[in-house]
Design a protein around this ligand. Structure first.
Ligand code: ZN
Length: 79
């Protein structure tokens, strides 16, 4: 019956791992809730001095290069 005992142990280990995964997923959900808060960021164009505001789902999205809606340059700064 050693084989049966062995497979039982494996099942118990898998159950433990599943519970750990659930805990990790719950933690990740908390992070996602924060990320879904909209972030309003103002930009200024260095070339034509146009200023505008954009909303992003996270700070990381706002860090990406923004193109001026007026002249299309990537020479913009976050203000
Ligand atoms: Zn511009």
């Amino acid at each position: 019956m050693s084989i049966f005992a062995h497979s039982r142990n494996e099942e118990e280990i898998e159950e433990e791992e599943e519970e750990k995964e659930k805990e990790e997923k719950q933690n990740n959900d908390d992070d996602d809730d924060v990320a879904f808060e909209e972030v309003n960021v103002s930009f200024a164009c260095e070339d034509c001095d146009y200023r505008w505001e954009s909303s992003f789902e996270s700070d990381e999205d706002a860090d990406e290069t923004q193109y001026c809606p007026m002249c299309g340059t990537a020479n913009t700064t976050q203000i």
